[in-house]
Write a protein that binds this ligand. Structure first.
Ligand SMILES: Cc1cc2nc3c(=O)[nH]c(=O)nc-3n(C[C@H](O)[C@H](O)[C@H](O)COP(=O)(O)OP(=O)(O)OC[C@H]3O[C@@H](n4cnc5c(N)ncnc54)[C@H](O)[C@@H]3O)c2cc1C
Length: 409
């Protein structure tokens, strides 16, 4: 399809919305993003871009700048608090690595890319619904409907208002803080390190690179917490938390001392991706999980690239949506299931699950076959999600758009 003929309205300027907007506008589509925020801004701390997400950013021409800002991660290493026994040790296949990055750093690059390709932004634009039909419109909080579009995208994350199904909140969330990276060598600069005590206590330290070129390197520190305990945690005060961190993971105490933690609640849901005629959900609006498997941001990038690639390939929007869903469904179902099953091993009140995690899963990861399987799983590459979305279609469409542009000059 010639994207120059399409008017596309995207609700939500998160990772999924911004990357889809940039991919489509670059190929000629007229794209408008609506976001509730008064100025586009990132939400949250830092995360790991896996080879899947990196492949999309490479296609968008952003990977070198992402690498320059992020921290290269070669290992995920989990130990028990107390005796320090390793119960999770996952590396990457040779030549591969994760890129841990501050959410703001990735957001800035995606925003710059979207602006550079001519995407229009409507800020303070809170979407409350969709006026469905062959030319759908977004309905805003003040009752105003946006101009009719050929395609409407819901990229409003887990709490999207366009949903029959509200997201189930998981029992555990976490306190997240971005702090200066400790330069004294107490943490390895290429590892996501975690500590566990049963499944009711977990903490992690992730190097996340710099917010912008030349800024100081930072770390993300997270501390698992039962949501129902949050008020008691706040009442107990900072000193009590610092004591708890010190006894759980002495090296991390200094991070707790300077942290300004934010409480994040996690949700798990899989919604139907079609919200009406010519209306599609991507990212967390379609499928949200706890960040235990660390795939959410990568999944949002894959969704965006998949939909853009399908729109470039097919002759009609209906066929493009069908192709996009066929490309993404299996991978999403599989990882949703896996996340549902695995999260309680790391965040729950169970005593049996963490016991089996420490006695069976940890030692099993030392076996080469299991190790390689877990590596592919954690990097998000199981079921070949990148191969399925045929990124070369995007390259062809880009060539076509730039040839047209030069013909006009
Ligand atoms: C604490 C935490 C840690 C995480 N760690 C990882 C990790 O390590 N690795 C990983 O891959 N993923 C991680 N994730 C998940 C990842 O952040 C999400 O999967 C990803 O951000 C989803 O992108 P999205 O574009 O679908 O939605 P979001 O990034 O949530 O963006 C949604 C956008 O929609 C806007 N919006 C919402 N409602 C409205 C409305 N009514 N009207 C207009 N605009 C609206 C919001 O302002 C926002 O800009 C983590 C998530 C959390 C909360």
């Amino acid at each position: 399809m010639k994207l120059e003929t399409l008017d596309i309205a995207i609700a939500g300027a998160g990772i999924g919305g911004l990357s889809l907007a940039a991919l489509l506008a670059r190929r000629g589509a007229k794209v408008t993003i609506h976001d509730q925020m008064s100025a586009p801004q990132p939400v949250g701390s830092g995360f790991v871009l896996q080879p899947t997400g990196a492949a999309i950013l490479s296609r968008m021409g952003l990977l070198d700048r992402v690498k320059a800002r992020g921290a290269r991660i070669s290992r995920m290493h989990g130990r028990l608090s107390g005796n320090g026994r390793t119960v999770l040790d996952v590396g990457y296949r040779p030549g591969a690595y994760g890129i841990a990055i501050q959410r703001g750093a990735l957001f800035d690059l995606l925003l710059e890319s979207a602006i550079g390709t001519g995407v229009r932004f409507e800020t303070s634009s809170r979407v409350v619904g969709i006026d469905a039909g062959s030319s759908p419109r977004l309905v805003l909080e003040n009752g105003i409907k946006t101009a009719a579009a050929d395609l409407v995208i819901d990229a409003m994350g887990a709490n999207s208002p366009i949903a029959a199904k509200t997201a189930t909140e998981l029992g555990y969330g976490a306190l997240w803080a971005t702090v200066p990276w400790p330069q004294d060598g107490r943490f390895r600069a290429d590892e996501l390190e975690q500590r566990y005590r049963r499944a009711s206590q977990m903490a992690g330290v992730l190097p996340v690179g710099t917010a912008n070129d030349g800024a100081m390197p930072m770390a993300t520190f997270f501390w698992s917490i039962r949501n129902s305990d949050f008020d008691a945690w706040r009442t107990a005060g900072r000193e009590s938390w610092i004591d708890a961190v010190r006894s759980f993971w002495p090296e991390a105490e200094m991070l707790a001392v300077i942290a300004e933690p934010v409480h994040a609640r996690y949700r798990h849901l899989t919604r139907t991706p079609i919200a009406g005629l010519n209306t599609v959900k991507i990212g967390d609006a379609w499928h949200a999980t706890s960040p235990q498997l660390g795939q959410g941001a990568n999944m949002a990038l894959l969704d965006a690239a998949s939909l853009a690639s399908a729109l470039c390939h097919e002759a009609t929007i209906d066929d493009a949506i069908a192709l996009h869903l066929a490309q993404r469904r299996l991978h999403i179902r599989f990882y949703q299931l896996l996340s549902r099953v695995l999260t309680p091993f790391y965040q729950s009140d169970s005593t049996i699950l963490p016991f089996s995690r420490d006695m069976l899963i940890g030692p099993a990861t030392k076996l080469p076959i299991v190790r390689s399987l877990i590596t592919t799983l954690v990097t998000g590459e199981l079921l070949d999600p990148v191969g399925r979305i045929a990124l070369e279609r995007l390259a062809q469409a880009e060539d076509f758009a730039s040839k047209n542009q030069s013909a006009l000059v």
